[in-house]
Design a protein around this ligand. Structure first.
Ligand code: HEM
Length: 456
């Protein structure tokens, strides 16, 4: 690796654009119009596979392909740090797991994983099932039309509140639900903190959420210390109990910053996956029929009304392949950033210390050399997982920071699809287009007409 700027290497080609704003607005505009992949392709044609630009206030190198993904996901923190853009850091806080590295990252990630690992999730399947049934009863049954995206956001938000945070339905949950969209809006924004900016609104929302979570945390602490609550009853109590047991294993700020992160990371992404799965099932009757067949067989094998079990979930193999193909074609996370901690050399270029590196999920997902006929929806691609080259299918990232919520997302997706397909069929009332903000948002938030099926 290169020693310093004295190295004869040049920084990658491209332009840094105008100060602070750089190319952020161009990228965001194309994401909104769902042409960001073309926007990036034009850069590649002009500058080659590795180029510089400026995004969200910092000089940035964009690179793509399985080798670049591997470099980005597996470099250790002596080369790349996971520091987020200024906007994300200010909104989520400096001690959230995205900002941590080395031992700190391992420790906090370990605390989150103790809740999100399959051995713990087994206990939640029934509760998850109950949340989904309640949601369907309240928002689908007896309706002729529904707007899918906002419903899926509310479902996954409620799942997180019940399962991970132990927040009951009521004013506190409503308060959080009110601030959340506003906080998320500013994550991919230019960090200009003036009263009328998206960024400013987002910072204010983030502070209100922090206050609410602080109140919750104080109550959970009392429950834990004075009422002997089970340390594993929810994620916050679990993080508090680590703190109590082993002086300062997690600080108060770490608990609050990570609670806020998990609330976003855990519901905004899975709601998009569910929405696009529902869109796909409307468009592809033969796939809907195959998913229905798998889910009906499971429903018929159980006494009516009994909750799904972990074993039932593990039988939903075809349905999960359909979800994976949906994640390939419409990955909820567009991409992400790392930061160089020293001057580095990559593929003959110098990347100076402190620059961002930008990876983009779809660049490998839509590469015909990796996924032949990439625009065709084909869940059989995932029948043989080992045939997919490493670091090419990256909806959950990769390496030591691969999404710790993978199993949780899989569980909530499968439980929801089970209930929806066995109870309803549906037709789109809108076209198939969508934009990114930065998460994919379908036209009319995916309005569908729903028809009840005869219960199995
Ligand atoms: C379909 C659903 C989901 C998708 C597509 C998704 C995607 C991702 C991606 C791409 C990353 C890595 C970003 C990077 O390396 O730059 C990530 C990290 C993360 N995700 Fe997810 N995620 C999903 C669901 C969840 C859920 C349900 C949770 C929690 C309950 C969660 C919690 C996290 C956390 C805490 C991180 C940071 C991990 C670290 O830095 O060590 N995600 N996710």
């Amino acid at each position: 690796l290169g020693k310093s700027r004295k190295s004869s290497k040049k920084v990658p080609p491209g332009s840094l654009g105008i100060p602070i704003i750089g190319q952020s607005l161009g990228l965001l505009r194309s994401m909104r119009a769902n042409t960001a992949e073309e926007w990036l392709q034009r850069r590649i044609q002009k500058y080659g596979p590795i180029s510089k630009l400026s995004l969200f206030g910092k000089p940035t190198v964009f690179m793509y392909g399985p080798a670049s993904n591997k470099f980005i996901f597996t470099s250790d923190n002596s080369t790349l740090s996971n520091g987020q853009t200024q906007s994300i850091r200010r909104i989520l806080g400096e001690r959230c797991v995205l900002e941590l590295s080395g031992q700190d990252h391992k420790r906090v990630r370990g605390a989150l994983m103790s809740f999100l690992k399959p051995e713990s999730l087994i206990k939640y399947v029934g509760k998850m099932d109950e949340e989904v049934r309640m949601h369907i009863q309240m928002h689908w049954q007896g309706k002729q039309e529904v707007k899918v995206l906002p419903l899926m956001k509310s479902l996954t938000f409620n799942i997180i509140c019940t399962l991970l945070f132990g927040i009951e339905r009521g004013p506190r949950r409503d308060e959080l639900a009110k601030w959340f969209p506003q906080m998320i809006e500013g994550m991919w924004s230019v960090p200009i903190n003036l009263p009328f900016t998206r960024f400013n609104r987002s910072l204010r929302a983030s502070a209100s959420i922090r206050d609410t979570l602080k109140e919750l945390m104080d109550e959970k602490r009392v429950e834990l210390e004075q009422k002997g609550a089970n340390p594993h009853q929810d994620l916050i109590t679990c993080m508090l109990s680590i703190y109590e047991q082993n002086n300062e294993v997690m600080t108060e700020q770490e608990i609050l910053d990570n609670a806020r992160l998990v609330m976003i990371a855990g519901h905004d992404t899975s709601s998009v996956l569910l929405t696009f799965l529902i869109r796909l099932l409307a468009n592809e009757p033969s796939i809907y029929a195959a998913v229905l067949k798998e889910q009906e067989a499971i429903a018929k094998s159980k006494p009516k009304g009994e909750f799904l079990s972990w074993e039932d979930i593990s039988k939903m193999k075809y349905t999960w392949r359909v979800a994976q193909e949906t994640l390939r074609m419409v990955p909820p996370v567009f991409g992400g950033f790392r930061k160089t901690v020293k001057d580095i050399e990559y593929e003959g270029y110098l990347i100076p210390k402190g620059w961002q590196i930008f990876w983009v999920t779809n660049m490998t997902h839509t590469d015909g050399r990796i996924f032949p006929e990439p625009t065709k929806f084909d869940p059989t691609r995932f029948e043989n997982q080992s045939a997919i080259p490493s670091y090419s299918f990256v909806p959950f990232g990769g390496g030591p920071r691969i999404c710790p919520g993978y199993e949780f997302a899989r569980l909530e997706t499968l439980v929801t699809v089970h209930h929806l397909v066995t109870k309803f069929s549906w037709k789109l009332c809108s076209d198939n287009s969508f934009g990114r903000d930065p998460m994919p948002v379908p036209t009319k938030q995916l309005l569908v007409q729903i028809m009840p099926r005869n219960e199995v």
